[in-house]
Ligand binder design. Structure first.
Ligand code: URP
Ligand code: ZN
Ligand code: ZN
Length: 494
């Protein structure tokens, strides 16, 4: 007798689509068997011919950060995550400049997460002030905390590193086999344009996108790839927004250089028109001149549909490695949220907190507009949303696929055409944010069940979020299994 049996669905992995005759037997939170023999379970779920994908891993989310006091915390963020088909999330623990004790930084985030989480979670460490002394603590982060990935920035005054700092850091992460995530935008270009826009008093929401042009991302992406090549270390460039920048990743990959790319739903579905007033189908859009603030994120939304098509192509041709949400929300109608950018009634794009909500809509968007339209295969969906995030962030011994011995983390969808399609309204979502940038879009499918280590966490037709806050565990992670073993280091650098 199994704790849970799931049957009559197409089991999807990054490589295969199994027939509905395969039964999954779960015991103690782990997949014990997959067989065509009929299994008995204390709980049995009939997937009714739908797709069964591994639980989503959202490997780029921002929760309970000081710079976004009206954003989601671990409770609301993880609740929204499971309602959108995720079983694992990877938020950030941020080193403030001048704080050299990484253990203190991480302890602080453990405290923030102590409210509990509905899904499993781990931390990436954001390194904003890499001294020789602080970098020496990275090995302790791996050994004690299982933190095997860091994020660094080439922009934002409070976080950004210069090229020599990046090189020193990459050398260290190479030695430690950590995954380095890089936010790549040229900050001098951005500062220069910001200066020009301020002089001309061009401060409306749309100018946010003008201030961070394609070229800033293009140059910084090419540059960080070059720095990674100098050190001969894999890197992942996060939230890539344009085919131009992605073309550098593609060309590196073609030359067998292990450069990885992440993109996010906003770069597939939204153009910078949304930063203007009255552009679109969204509920109420057009009445409020400041509403463009809802779409302020960095890199910014790009200008044209052809740019969005380019990002789709980069998904289809294999350049994009992981698809995450970059859930980095702030409430809109809150003086400490997006409305910080409304100063004496006038919009000031530079004061608007950066980032969009999207933890709950990431998987349904790619499923509806990618898988159900035939733009990508279900296997590609799984690779981008679960398998590759598990591999690159050191979870592939437990998570990211459906196989014997793996955690019993699943997303079960509706059979195609069987869910009543709907237009998204923010009220349907489970975050603590007063809008979604994807409101007004049509959804033809949604996770019907999210199952975390054999327990139903989300049952869309019977109760919604049905597991308990605190059911999610902290995950200690290992090294990336995406790149092959490291070669000998160039002796000059050793
Ligand atoms: O606009 C964004 N993406 N804000 C979140 C911080 C980051 O750079 O990921
Ligand atoms: Zn970033
Ligand atoms: Zn981010």
């Amino acid at each position: 007798m199994f704790d849970l049996v799931i049957h009559n669905g197409h089991i999807i992995t990054a490589s295969d689509v199994l027939p509905p005759s395969v039964y999954i037997g779960v015991k103690n939170g782990v997949i014990q068997t997959m067989t065509t023999e009929i299994l008995q379970g204390k709980k049995v779920i009939d997937a009714q011919g739908a797709l069964i994908t591994p639980g989503g891993i959202d490997s780029h989310v921002h929760l309970d950060q000081d710079n976004a006091p009206t954003g989601d915390n671990f409770e609301s963020g993880s609740r929204s995550a499971v309602a959108g088909g995720n079983t694992t999330i990877l938020p950030f623990a941020i080193q403030p400049k001048g704080e050299y004790d990484f253990q203190k930084v991480v302890d602080d985030y453990h405290k923030r997460a102590s409210v509990g989480s509905y899904c499993d979670y781990g931390f990436h460490l954001i390194v904003s002030d890499p001294t020789t002394e602080s970098l020496q603590q990275l090995s302790q982060m791996i050994a004690k905390e299982g933190i095997t990935s860091i994020k660094v920035y080439t922009t934002y005054p409070r976080y950004k590193l210069n090229d020599s700092q990046l090189l020193e850091l990459l050398l260290e992460t190479r030695k430690l086999e950590m995954t380095t995530m890089i936010h790549a935008e040229n900050s001098d270009v951005i500062d220069f344009i910001n200066g020009k826009l301020q002089e001309k008093k061009m401060t409306g929401t749309y100018y946010h996108s003008v201030s961070r042009p394609l070229e800033a991302e293009d140059e910084a992406s090419y540059r960080v790839i070059s720095l990674a090549k100098v050190i001969d270390v894999p890197i992942l460039i996060v939230h890539m927004s344009s085919e131009t920048a992605l073309s550098h990743v593609e060309s590196a990959q073609r030359n067998l250089v292990p450069i990885y790319a992440e993109t996010c739903p906003q770069y597939l579905f939204l153009t910078s028109d949304y930063l203007k007033q009255g552009c679109c189908h969204h509920k109420g859009h057009g009445e409020d001149p400041f509403e463009g603030a809802k779409y302020v994120c960095s890199p910014p939304l790009r200008q044209s549909q052809s740019e969005l098509d380019g990002v789709w192509r980069s998904i289809q041709n294999g350049t994009v490695t992981v698809f995450s949400s970059d859930h980095a929300p702030s409430q809109y109608d809150n003086p400490k949220g997006k409305k910080l950018g409304l100063v004496d009634g006038l919009p000031h794009y530079k004061q608007i907190p950066n980032g969009l909500p999207g933890i709950e809509t990431r998987l349904p968007l790619l499923f509806c507009y990618g898988v159900e339209t035939g733009r990508i295969t279900p296997q590609k969906f799984v690779e981008l949303c679960s398998t590759n995030p598990a591999k690159i962030y050191g979870l592939s011994d437990r998570k990211g696929t459906i196989g014997i011995g793996y955690d019993a983390d699943f997303t079960i969808w509706y059979p195609k055409g069987e869910m009543k399609e709907f237009i998204l309204d923010n009220e349907m979502l489970h975050h603590d944010i007063d809008y979604s940038p994807f409101e007004g879009m049509k959804f033809t499918n949604w996770p019907r069940y999210t199952i975390l280590r054999g327990q139903v966490a989300w049952d869309r037709d019977n109760g919604g979020v049905v597991n308990k806050l605190g059911d999610g565990n902290y995950l200690k992670r290992g090294p990336s299994t995406l790149a092959g073993p490291m070669k000998e280091i160039n002796p000059i650098l050793a």
